[in-house]
Write a protein that binds this ligand. Structure first.
Ligand SMILES: C=C(O[C@@H]1CC(C(=O)O)=C[C@@H](OP(=O)(O)O)[C@H]1O)C(=O)O
Length: 373
């Protein structure tokens, strides 16, 4: 059990608090010889960083990453890679009024119950700011994946903000980089902008659903029963602060399908088996099928809101909490690059495990080619 570490062979430890001097990730087990520089990591951090438009927190953090170890002359050396991001725009006085009380819906109360003390500034370790470290680690995973599984592409987007869902008949991936919501539906982007403006003006917040799709994943990643690829992905996504639900493929909706509807029929294509549908989300028996791996996760509404909520003090007296400061009216928006990063870390870790166990980086038995009798 490691409290701040995830992964088996590609192991990521994140550290740091929202208002401390810095935060970062220690990446251990990264294969040697992979081209890496700070710019490659910065590219992904720039997609997550706060303050980029009116729909996110106005805290201004450049999220500039420094590589302190594990890279020599532009290549990974196989030793731990230490990544550091300095915090530069902390405003800890905003948190003066929650020193002695707890925001409803927030980790404030459980951190205090468990440890007897907490760093309340910016939520400390429970802050969404911790996700910067994950994105930095995910950027390294992506560079390694380019060398070991070059066909893998990972794409995340929002499919729901509060009650507003995208219209899949308008689904257009080209829209993702054209709106602040990473939403593949131009009409939804417009509608959501005004809805979120109203939520913010009301001193309120909303939740979100993010979908992350990994294409080009070879068949064979993952393992049965206790080491299912589904389990690993669910744990990775659930570990993101504010995530309250994860599903793979048809997910919760599978409960209402019949066996006929759920069976992803198989036919032979020129390059191997093709599936007519993807209810399985690219995973059967805990092992990737070669189809798109599809994960969705639900992010709760930001608990730091400007509307008074009933709470208690440490002494147990009734009080009311109004959160001050700069907050995301929908923290789910910035979770899109985070979900992508977690997908990259899990897929690389699973690829390394598959290689360690079987010696292969792809399927051992190829249907229609070398499948053993
Ligand atoms: C800074 C980031 O997000 C922060 C996440 C956060 C929270 O409570 O989760 C609260 C806010 O921090 P602060 O109160 O210090 O302004 C956000 O700005 C970030 O993600 O980089």
């Amino acid at each position: 059990m490691s409290f701040n570490t995830f992964g088996h062979l590609f192991r990521v430890t994140t550290w740091g608090e929202s208002h401390g001097p810095a935060l970062g990730a220690t990446v251990d087990g990264c294969p040697p010889g992979v081209a890496l520089d700070a710019g490659m990591i910065q590219h992904w951090l720039d997609r997550r960083k706060p303050g980029q438009n009116r729909h996110t927190t106005q805290r201004r953090e450049p999220d500039t990453v420094e590589i302190l170890s594990g890279v020599y002359e532009g290549r990974t050396t196989g030793t731990p890679i230490q990544l550091m991001i300095r915090n530069v725009d902390q405003r800890s006085k905003d948190y003066g009024n929650i020193l002695d009380t707890f925001r409803p819906g927030h980790a404030d109360i459980t951190y205090f119950q468990k440890y007897g003390l907490r760093d309340p500034r910016g939520g400390g370790r429970s802050s969404a700011r911790e996700t910067a470290a994950r994105v930095a680690a995910g950027a390294i995973a992506r560079e390694v994946l380019k060398t070991l599984a070059p066909n893998v592409t990972i794409t995340g987007y929002m499919v729901q903000m509060g009650p507003h869902q995208i219209d899949r008949s308008r689904f257009d991936l080209a829209q993702i980089d054209r709106n602040p919501f990473w939403v593949p539906d131009a009409q939804a982007a417009e509608d959501w902008a005004s809805a979120l403006d109203q939520i913010r003006k009301d001193g309120n917040s909303v939740g979100a659903m993010i979908e992350v799709v990994a294409a080009g994943v070879p068949a064979g990643l993952g393992a049965p029963i206790y080491a299912k690829l589904d389990t690993e992905l669910a744990a990775a996504m659930m570990s993101i602060n504010a995530v309250k639900g994860v599903e793979i493929g048809a997910g919760m909706a599978a409960a209402s399908l019949t066996g006929v509807e759920n069976a992803d029929e198989i036919e032979m294509g020129a390059d191997g088996p093709h599936y007519r549908t993807n209810k399985a989300g690219g995973i059967l028996g805990g092992i990737s099928t070669g189809q798109d791996v599809v994960v969705r996760f639900a992010i709760k509404p930001t608990s730091s809101i400007h509307t008074p909520r009933a709470s208690v003090t440490r002494a147990g007296e009734a009080t009311e909490v109004v959160t001050k400061g700069r907050h995301d009216p929908c923290v789910g928006i910035r979770a899109v690059p985070v979900g992508e990063a977690m997908m990259a870390c899990v897929l690389l870790d699973q690829l390394l495990l598959h290689r360690a166990q079987t010696g292969a980086t792809g399927p051992v038995a190829e249907i229609g080619k070398n499948a053993p009798e």
